[in-house]
Ligand binder design. Structure first.
Ligand code: X2X
Length: 349
């Protein structure tokens, strides 16, 4: 039983290691193979942990980024990438980046909102219709507002947010065609008050589950469905345990690149400049890769058996409005932050 579950999870790249294991004891054998001499000799050997499969554009670009940083710092900074929740769930990794157990971590603003409430604002349902609007807001005043709040929580955040994408709803039980199909629907959501609130507004039964447990939760039918961008439904092989995919585009999601403050400040100023430059440049490349993958992978997923439908997304947005979702969250973020959002999104509440 244990072995079967374990092997299935490993296949999905969803294996979570016991979180009680000290990170250091599992760090070396699991480090993403970088194809270069690991820098025993580096002055600063830092860990970058994340929740995504090794084949996701974020990890592909992170690997190149790490090599570029090692080269330009002349071997002084070695950033070892730990993909796929190898160092724990998002909840664990958030603790670790705060304590210094890992030096770098990418996290959805919505999950970060458990620490920095303002950070979930970019995930408000149907706020952004396209990527141009997303980047204008997140590279502009809305992003600056969120980054300032993250800074107040004693974390360092890089300027450019990385892309996860526009999220779609998958299901093993039935296609989601109209908002009524979400009534009572058992759906996994990431650990975040905004996500839970949004699906409660649809009268669903949302369950907060970290990403490292999603494949098995779907497989064992603890939940009927989940929602994620196509790039992740593909790279995390969620199509193996889901039948339907509804192109709701109900929200955009991205990852802030966080650093432990002490570890960051330990780097000499000129080294920090080099490291930040490469991280931010990699973010822009990753955005392009992820958008391209999200746009192109549907055919491949359909060939693997996922059945797609295109619902009328306005109906879903109207349902949120009627449920008072936008008014409630406007109240939580405050008028000033909400105005920054609506400047990009147009009127929501
Ligand atoms: O947990 C998820 O669903 C994921 C991978 O999309 C996030 O990190 C929010």
């Amino acid at each position: 039983m244990t072995l079967t579950r374990r092997s299935l999870l490993e296949r999905a790249g969803a294996l979570s290691l016991p979180t009680l294991l000290p990170a250091a004891s599992i760090a070396l054998p699991l480090a993403l193979a970088t194809g270069r001499a690991s820098a025993q000799s580096a002055e600063f050997t830092y860990k970058f942990a994340n929740n995504l499969p090794v084949t996701h554009p974020l990890n592909v670009r992170a690997k190149d980024m790490s090599a570029a940083i090692l080269a330009e710092t002349k071997g002084r900074v070695d950033i070892q990438v730990f993909p796929n929740n190898q160092l724990g769930s998002d909840t664990d990794m958030l603790s670790q980046v705060r304590s210094g157990g890992v030096e770098f971590f990418t996290l959805s603003g919505l999950i970060l909102s458990t620490l920095v409430p303002a950070a979930s604002i970019s995930g408000i349902g149907f706020a952004f219709g396209d990527y141009d609007t997303v980047w204008k807001a997140l590279d502009g005043p809305l992003g600056a507002h969120v980054r300032a709040q993250i800074g107040k929580a004693n974390l360092v955040v890089m300027d450019n947010i990385w892309d996860n994408g526009f999220r779609q709803i998958t299901s093993s039980s039935k296609p989601i065609v109209s908002p009524d199909d979400l009534k009572g629907f058992k759906i996994r959501v990431p650990v975040s008050p905004l996500w839970t609130s949004m699906f409660k507004a649809f009268d669903s039964s949302p369950a907060s589950i970290n990403f490292n447990e999603v494949y098995s939760a779907l497989q064992t039918k603890v939940v009927e469905g989940q929602e994620n961008p196509l790039a992740l439904i593909s790279t995390a092989k969620l199509y193996e345990v889901q039948k339907y995919c509804s192109l709701t585009n109900h929200m955009w999601d991205g990852f802030w690149f966080l650093a432990n403050k002490k570890a960051w400040e330990k780097l000499p100023a000129d080294v920090r400049t080099i490291v930040a430059k490469h991280i931010n440049a990699a973010a822009l490349l990753e955005r392009a890769d992820t958008a391209a993958l999200n746009a192109s992978v549907q055919k491949d997923l359909a060939a693997k058996g996922l059945i797609f439908n295109q619902p009328k997304t306005d109906e879903f947005r109207d349902r949120l409005r009627k449920a008072g979702f936008y008014t409630e969250w406007k109240g939580k973020y405050g008028d000033e932050a909400w105005a920054l959002l609506e400047k990009a999104s147009g009127k929501l509440a």
